[in-house]
Design a binder for this molecule. Structure first.
Ligand code: TZP
Ligand code: MG
Length: 210
């Protein structure tokens, strides 16, 4: 299972479509990974949503990751959790999670990526790769030079997140990312499925070229 196209659901950007509908449309376009990301829902509501996305992703053969909440991810039978600097440390999550459970970590520098790898992350997300309006506190982009430096420093699957579009995705892959995680370039598009398919095609073409 690869990380080529990793779609993060966001109802604030999703033009009135629910997390579950966004997930359904994105996997129809070939998304490899769906991450449920919602910082407003109660634990109960997040669990109900996660259970529905678990069904959609299982049927499509896509990986299902829950953002921030290891408890919800485990309760929903998700494949994994994505953790940032203010979430549970990766090593603590690893102690609680069953074997094979995927733990992804955000990193904004080479040092942070190396640390994430050393503490047992299964993949690293370089965050944010470019500036983005989709996350309030994202800060400035790391850029492609940092992406390439992270690529050289860690052998884990490397996903770029933040400001990735159809226009720059080939450069991101050429700089060393194994995949790209996006919100607006898929979730914010009129035709979510077509946007996902277009990005996937561009990723495949960039990989074929490299
Ligand atoms: N984490 C780092 S940047 C980001 C998240 C959730 C937002 C990515 O959104 P977009 O619209 O793909 O830039
Ligand atoms: Mg988080």
């Amino acid at each position: 299972m690869g990380y080529d196209l990793y779609v993060v659901t966001d109802e604030a950007i999703g033009r009135g479509r629910s997390h579950v509908e966004l997930a359904r449309l994105a996997v129809a376009g070939g998304a490899d990974v769906i991450q449920l990301r919602d910082k407003t829902l109660s634990g109960r509501a997040l669990l109900d949503t996660a259970l529905a996305i678990r069904e959609v992703t299982r049927d499509a053969g896509a990986l299902f990751i829950v953002n921030d909440r290891l408890d919800v991810a485990l309760a929903a039978g998700a494949d994994g959790v994505h953790l940032g600097a203010s979430d549970l440390p990766v090593e603590e999550a690893r102690r609680i999670a069953p074997p094979g459970f995927v733990i992804g970590a955000s990193a904004g520098s080479v040092d942070a990526a190396v640390r994430a790898a050393a503490t047992g992350a299964d993949y690293v997300a370089l965050s944010p790769t470019f500036a983005t309006g989709s996350k309030d506190d994202a800060g400035p982009g790391c850029g492609l030079a940092t992406l390439s430096a992270v690529r050289a420093a860690v052998s884990l699957p490397l996903v770029a997140i933040g400001g990735i579009t159809a226009a720059n995705v080939a450069d991101v892959i050429a700089a060393g990312a194994d995949g790209v995680a996006v919100i607006s370039a898929v979730v914010g598009e009129d035709n979510v499925t077509a946007a996902a398919r277009n990005l996937r095609d561009r990723i495949a073409a960039a990989k074929a070229e490299g």
